[in-house]
Design a protein around this ligand. Structure first.
Ligand SMILES: Nc1nc2c(c(=O)[nH]1)N[C@H]1C(S)=C(S)[C@@H](COP(=O)(O)O)O[C@H]1N2
Ligand SMILES: [Mo]
Length: 200
């Protein structure tokens, strides 16, 4: 079937949006391993330590004092559901890191969550301007099931890299596997390359 048929039939609105092997989810599923920690915004902290010149601890107020952006991003879970055009509000990761002197030896970050979940990224994958700390989903306070009060959003990788209830960023001199990465998930997890599992 040629190009002209495609034109007559109209462009598929999903064309180019769904990575290989993914389907559209109904609603917005919740995917949590283990218990859901409940943290009030006033008690929430983001501790930034490891390969940094000086440890930094951010509060909810500090987060809200940084430049705020509302943006839409697609969300791809490695278990094959995707949700397109999710609207979030939050702070760009590079803006968060303005307050931090990252040591020259830093090569990776371990995201550490309230409740114990961890997931790793190389520094290069982490400091991209389209990565965020988010506190608002579709104009409402981020629901606890989706990681409220604050989660990371790393739209260019599978969603297991977007850490709910984020509480710490540990900078590391080398990339280390987080929770799912120790259990067979890919170290990087890029959905267009189908980097799902480390042995496939
Ligand atoms: N702290 C924490 N973050 C997490 C998870 C988790 O179990 N705990 N699950 C990950 C996985 S596998 C996915 S698909 C997304 C799901 O986000 P959602 O529950 O908001 O849809 O969160 C990711 N971040
Ligand atoms: Mo997932």
């Amino acid at each position: 079937m040629g190009k002209s048929f495609q034109k007559l039939a109209g462009e598929d609105p999903l064309s180019g949006r769904l990575p290989p092997g993914q389907h559209l989810a109904r609603g917005f599923p919740v995917l949590t391993y283990g218990d859901t920690p409940v943290i009030r915004p006033e008690e929430w902290r983001l501790r930034i330590w490891g390969s940094v010149e000086k440890e930094v601890v951010l509060t909810w107020e500090d987060l809200l004092a940084l430049p705020q952006h509302t943006f839409t991003a697609d969300f791809h879970c490695v278990t094959r559901w995707s949700k397109l055009d999710v609207t979030w509000t939050g702070v760009r990761i590079p803006d968060v890191l303005q307050a931090v002197s990252i040591a020259p030896e830093a090569k990776a970050v371990m995201q550490r969550c309230y409740g114990g979940y961890t997931t790793n990224l190389t520094l290069e994958e982490f400091i991209r301007p389209e990565n965020y700390l988010v506190h608002t989903l579709e104009g409402q306070p981020l629901p606890v099931d989706h990681g409220g009060p604050v989660r990371t959003l790393i739209p260019h990788l599978y969603a297991w890299k977007s850490a709910k209830w984020i509480g710490g960023l540990e900078f590391l001199p080398q990339d280390q596997p987080g929770f799912w990465e120790r259990n067979g998930y890919h170290m990087r997890g890029e959905p267009w390359a189908e980097e799902r599992y480390s042995d496939s």
